[in-house]
Design a binder for this molecule. Structure first.
Ligand code: NIG
Ligand code: FE
Length: 411
């Protein structure tokens, strides 16, 4: 048993399902708290107002009166890739758009070349380093997508790396198949054929080898239209993979409306989402997984987070870590932007990076809140109050990170 005591404030959402509307901002705050962790690394009991369990505990950790929250959950990353794309930034400064670069064979297609070239071992070691960096920011659960192979061999290579990361990294790692991320040169001008190839050949192998937990698609102008997106997501659902969708990142093609129609677990980005998309997602309780650092990086507007919450859409906030539109692993920075630019209140932001993010990746039963029966994933922060955490932008405020009851000092 491990006893974490002298917690000044324990702030956590409650439950194992999404929090939407007013409930997104209703969190439990325990003053002068303690958390008892069992030998399996799960939370046994939570105490408040100075109460402590009876008996002596060999393992105790003094939180020094600090703020403690659930471990953060990054529900959207593209963390397994070869190379970087720093050379694109001056092109963007000169006026090229994200889609201009992609249509000229750069962007995702540039990363594809470097990812195909890299060995599984190289990708694994590099990704493990990224996860280590992210852990240090207090992130204890991560979703990772494929999508830089765009053929059988390299998509499987990426997915195998993601599965190995779940064993090798400190975090729990959830895997998403994003074969429909761009149209590779082999299928140039034949997006329909590429979708059929994914459905007929790649997806069955992915499912047979149990390499993915979700299927995602990039629904965007000059990438995949709504019809193609619906086709692959429904085929994947039939094979047992629930849906995610990159929707309305640049153009509002109907991706968020499709998310509602097919009951997607989450829709991501939603920068350009219209009222009809928000209404559809509210109905299906699809999590809006918002990526404010991508808005910053692409110079785009910030998603309509407040309208989504008002309409009853559960909101999560993630990084989108990838070499093109968000080369940052700092989920705390997404939280700062959620506070300042989405204008969400501190409790709403906390729910967005813990319980709602966990639910967006099928992990709501295990992580995302500090409650008996859930994994003991917690962060002890360098502050004693939640608004301070969101206000102090730019520095890492994680002090001690606890994953399944194991204690790690941030460095
Ligand atoms: O979420 N939009 C598509 N996928 C990523 C970007 C990937 C890349 O540019 O390499 C995103 O922004
Ligand atoms: Fe993304």
């Amino acid at each position: 048993m491990l006893l974490i005591k002298n917690i000044g404030l324990l702030a956590t959402p409650e439950g194992a399902t999404v929090r939407c509307g007013a409930a997104q901002g209703e969190i439990k705050e325990y003053g002068n708290a303690a958390v008892l962790v069992d030998d399996e690394g799960n939370i046994a009991e939570v105490f408040e107002n100075g109460a402590l369990p009876e008996g002596e505990f060999e393992n105790t950790l003094d939180a020094g009166g600090a703020l403690v929250t659930p471990g953060l959950v990054d529900a959207h990353t593209h963390l397994v890739f070869g190379g970087w794309r720093a050379h694109e930034v001056p092109l963007k400064i000169a006026g090229a758009s994200y889609l201009d670069i992609l249509n000229a064979g750069g962007g995702i297609l540039n990363t594809l070349v470097n990812t195909r070239k890299a060995t599984e071992e190289e990708l694994y070691e590099r990704s493990l380093g990224f996860l280590d960096e992210e852990f240090n920011f207090g992130v204890t659960t991560v979703e990772v997508k494929s999508g830089y192979g765009l053929n059988m061999e390299t998509e499987l290579k990426q997915l195998r790396v993601i599965r190995r990361l779940n064993d090798g990294a400190k975090q729990d790692v959830v895997s998403t198949f994003l074969g429909a991320h761009a149209i590779p040169d082999e299928f140039k001008g034949r997006a329909d054929d590429y979708i059929d190839y994914l459905i007929d050949e790649v997806l069955p192998t992915v499912c047979e080898e149990k390499l993915a937990d979700f299927c995602d698609v990039f629904t965007e102008s000059s990438v995949f239209n709504v019809e193609q997106s619906r086709k692959i997501l429904l085929a994947a659902q039939k094979m047992g993979l629930p849906s995610k969708i990159h929707a309305d990142e640049i153009d509002p093609l109907g991706g968020s409306e499709l998310a509602g129609e097919i009951g997607a677990v989450s829709a991501e980005h939603l920068i350009a989402t219209k009222d009809s998309g928000i209404a559809a997602m509210a109905k299906s309780k699809t999590v809006a997984c918002l990526l404010p650092q991508t808005s910053l990086y692409l110079g785009k507007p910030f998603a309509r987070a407040r309208d989504m919450i008002t309409a009853g859409v559960p909101v999560a906030i993630a990084t989108d870590f990838n070499p093109g539109s968000c080369p940052s692993l700092n989920l705390q920075l997404s939280m700062n932007l959620g506070y300042l630019r989405y204008r969400l209140y501190p409790a709403e932001v906390l729910t967005a990076v813990t319980l709602n993010a966990a639910c967006a990746i099928g992990m709501g039963e295990k992580v995302g809140s500090v409650e008996p029966g859930k994994q003991a994933d917690l962060v002890i922060w360098n502050t004693d109050e939640l608004p301070m955490l969101l206000y102090r932008m730019g520095s890492n405020q994680a002090k001690i990170i606890i994953k399944k009851g194991k204690i790690y000092e941030a460095h």
